[in-house]
Write a protein that binds this ligand. Structure first.
Ligand code: F6P
Length: 320
């Protein structure tokens, strides 16, 4: 292996830059040529490749977003475009690619791997929805952002004796909501993994108010069935408490990565280069029980969903 590529794909996440930096610098240190592919698979298909050097990744470790830019690629779902991508990589003499992205992006990588390109998948998404790894790059920063928002919203909620519903991202995964609710001291959390019980939410608000609570914070994952606007109306009607909605949206995707995200991104990036250099098969790299792991790419993407039921139950206990 002489030349490798690196790309970021799908929704950006804080820590992607730290991962790019590690891949480029460890790659060069290992005697490889490292090519940056811009705008994910879209840029690959359009031939947007540039040779990286050590200084091209200077001053990016602490920055959110991705200097390589990113995109969601509809084209890459089709075999003919994956074939085309392989041709482009072959034209540049690139034999291995590090792909930093979420589930869809790593599935795209599997398409390349099945056509003979060596792929190292890094879990780059705020959603924490890749089953083979305990944490994804960007999740910790996104939850920290939500926690900061909860503190601010709590100040104003208690001054007005209000209920606040805070909608967080995560697609069909409730982890951002779950961890934010635990660490932010929310009264209730609504996540896609559990049946939605709006009456239970209302009961908790009323019981809390009867105990003298000045506010209630409800964290709602975006992937739950009832739209947030409707939920707020229902809560207001059933509890008689003024209820406000805050949708945190893209705020959760930006910002300087936390220590945990910088470490995870850097260690995964370094591991990816080590495995490419040693000519291993395509892998998905992540973290399990505090250790960096590398699983067979296809196996990793087919691992069953993990959900911590105990963490969910704990919220009820803590908010009594
Ligand atoms: O996958 C990351 C994520 O931020 C999800 O939480 C969210 O549902 C989605 O991306 C938003 O996607 P887009 O950037 O395409 O609007």
């Amino acid at each position: 292996m002489k030349r490798i590529g690196v790309l970021t794909s799908g929704g950006d996440s804080p820590g992607m830059n730290a991962a790019i930096r590690a891949v480029v610098r460890c790659g060069i240190d290992a005697g490889l040529e490292v090519w940056g592919i811009e705008r994910g698979y879209e840029g690959l298909l359009d031939g947007e490749l540039k040779l990286m050097d050590r200084s091209s990744v200077g001053d990016i470790l602490h920055r959110g977003g991705t200097v390589l830019k990113t995109a969601r690629s509809e084209r890459f779902r089709e075999d003919k475009w994956i074939d085309r991508a392989v041709e482009i990589l072959q034209t540049f003499g690139i034999e291995g690619v590090v792909i930093i992205g979420g589930d869809g992006s790593l599935h795209g990588g599997l398409g390349l791997a099945k056509r003979g390109i060596k792929v190292m998948g890094l879990p780059g998404t705020i959603d924490n929805d890749l089953n083979y790894t305990d944490f994804t790059i960007g999740f910790d920063t996104a939850v920290s952002t939500v926690l900061e928002a909860i503190s601010k919203i709590r100040d104003t909620s208690s001054s007005h004796d209000r209920t606040s519903v805070i909608e967080v991202m995560g697609r069909s995964c409730g982890d951002i909501a779950l961890y934010s609710a635990i660490a932010g001291g929310a009264e209730c959390v609504l996540i896609p993994e559990e049946e939605e019980d709006i009456n239970k939410v209302c009961r908790k608000i009323i019981e809390g108010s009867n105990r003298g609570k000045l506010h209630s914070i409800i964290i709602k994952a975006e992937g739950t069935p009832t739209p947030s606007g409707e939920l707020v109306k229902l809560i207001e009607e059933r509890t008689g408490k003024e209820t406000k909605l805050v949708v945190l949206s893209y705020l959760q995707r930006g910002g300087s990565p936390t220590l945990n995200d910088r470490m995870l991104a850097t260690l995964c990036g370094a591991k990816a280069v080590e495995m490419l250099k040693d000519d291993f098969e395509s892998k998905a790299i992540g973290t399990v029980d505090g250790h960096i792991v590398a699983y067979d790419l296809e196996e990793a993407l087919n691992m069953p969903k993990r959900f911590d039921e105990d963490l969910y139950k704990l919220i009820d206990v803590l908010s009594k």
